[in-house]
Design a protein around this ligand. Structure first.
Ligand SMILES: NC(=O)c1ccc[n+]([C@@H]2O[C@H](COP(=O)([O-])OP(=O)(O)OC[C@H]3O[C@@H](n4cnc5c(N)ncnc54)[C@H](OP(=O)(O)O)[C@@H]3O)[C@@H](O)[C@H]2O)c1
Length: 333
């Protein structure tokens, strides 16, 4: 039987999610990779236990995480039975729908038909009565925002999710979704955008708008899938995501431009006496508008390693400037 560490809440720091009552850990764990049928159950179990033992209370899923689609949720249901049922109220669990999930016109995008069928399927696979957040995974240009947000509102009111969230919405789309959810009386808890040193689009209006609206922000892929660990600087290691599971992280991301930025960022980290991925995580969390950074891990040691940021000194203005210069490809300002 799993007995969680008694010290699990001692080191972690929690931030308030927008204007809500919910606190999220600085680091959250995503189950996009390493929870499908290619990862042994024991490895998955060690990842989840290590996270929770360190105060990581938030696990993030989606209907189509696998492989195959649905398998991460199905495995999560097995972990619920094995470990988590007694600790359900200490966990903050999310899932999503919005990308392709099942064949035909009702298994994708943002219709009420898709979202309501999908949450019902997710709850069965995950063997939970409700999730804490249900997200619309990406904006749908062809379904009225009133229909999609109406489905999220209904899902919350029916008790299948406690809160509603949106993911990958651009600032104007997010603003419209947030306004519609507010009108319906189910405020948007959180936005989940991609954000890292290599992808800074949220700085162009999204975070400011979320701050103003009192909506939280959990950023995904703060390590750019592993690029910002520096592990690809000398080639593609055999035990890395790019070598093991090339579905999304492909060698064509190893451009001279990206490698040049990563080398320059590593020099900033070296000067701080820090690992590059610690610098990347601290940087992604430097604005309090970012509630949490959503990481992945293939081994429990990576989670422990990433938690070293809790003891690291904050980034100074000079270091932030050095990071800007590294990303701009110039020498220090
Ligand atoms: N909403 C969306 O559309 C969306 C899209 C994508 C992801 N997400 C969410 O974001 C989560 C995180 O995505 P991600 O896994 O791509 O994020 P990431 O944190 O940028 O990358 C994680 C990968 O980096 C490597 N890594 C992490 N810590 C390391 C360490 N200390 N040392 C060495 N390598 C380390 C591992 O890869 P190796 O396999 O190389 O060890 C790990 O699997 C997902 O699980 C999902 O929940 C959401």
């Amino acid at each position: 039987m799993y007995i969680p560490s008694e010290n699990r809440y001692q080191a972690m720091r929690y931030r308030r999610c927008g204007n809500s009552g919910v606190m999220l850990p600085l680091l959250s764990l995503g189950l996009w990779h390493n929870f499908g049928d290619i990862t042994p159950f024991s490895v998955q179990q060690a990842l989840l236990r290590t996270a929770f033992d360190s105060g990581i209370t938030h696990f993030d899923l989606a209907n189509n995480y696998g492989p195959p689609y649905g398998e991460a949720e199905r495995n999560f249901g097995r972990h619920m039975d094995a470990d988590w049922r007694p600790h359900r109220d200490e966990l903050f669990i999310s899932t999503k729908a919005g990308y392709d999930m099942w064949p035909g016109p009702y298994g994708n995008w943002g219709s009420r038909k898709y979202l309501i069928a999908s949450i019902d399927q997710s709850l069965k696979r995950m063997k939970v009565d409700y999730v804490d957040v249900f997200y619309h995974h990406r904006p749908d240009p062809n379904t009225p925002i009133e229909e999609t947000m109406g489905a999220l509102d209904q899902i919350v009111r029916s008790g299948k999710a406690l809160y509603a969230g949106i993911s990958n919405y651009r600032p104007e789309q997010a603003k419209a979704a947030i306004a519609e959810l507010k009108r319906l009386g189910t405020p948007c808890l959180i936005h989940q955008p991609r954000y890292s040193m290599l992808d800074r689009w949220i700085e162009n209006g999204l975070t400011d708008m979320l701050k103003k609206e009192g909506v939280g922000c959990i950023v995904f892929q703060p390590l750019a899938g592993g690029l910002l660990t520096g592990k690809y600087l000398e080639g593609i290691p055999a035990d890395s995501r790019m070598a093991r599971d090339g579905r999304y992280l492909k060698p064509d991301s190893l451009t001279e431009e990206n490698l040049g930025k990563i080398r320059a960022l590593k020099a900033v980290a070296d000067a701080r006496g820090q690992k590059l991925h610690h610098l990347a995580l601290q940087w992604a969390l430097r604005d309090e508008a970012v509630t949490s950074a959503l990481i992945g891990a293939s081994r429990p040691e990576q989670i422990i390693d990433n938690l070293e940021i809790l003891n690291a000194p904050p980034l100074t203005d000079r270091e932030l400037n050095q990071i800007e210069s590294a990303l701009a490809g110039s020498s220090e300002a």
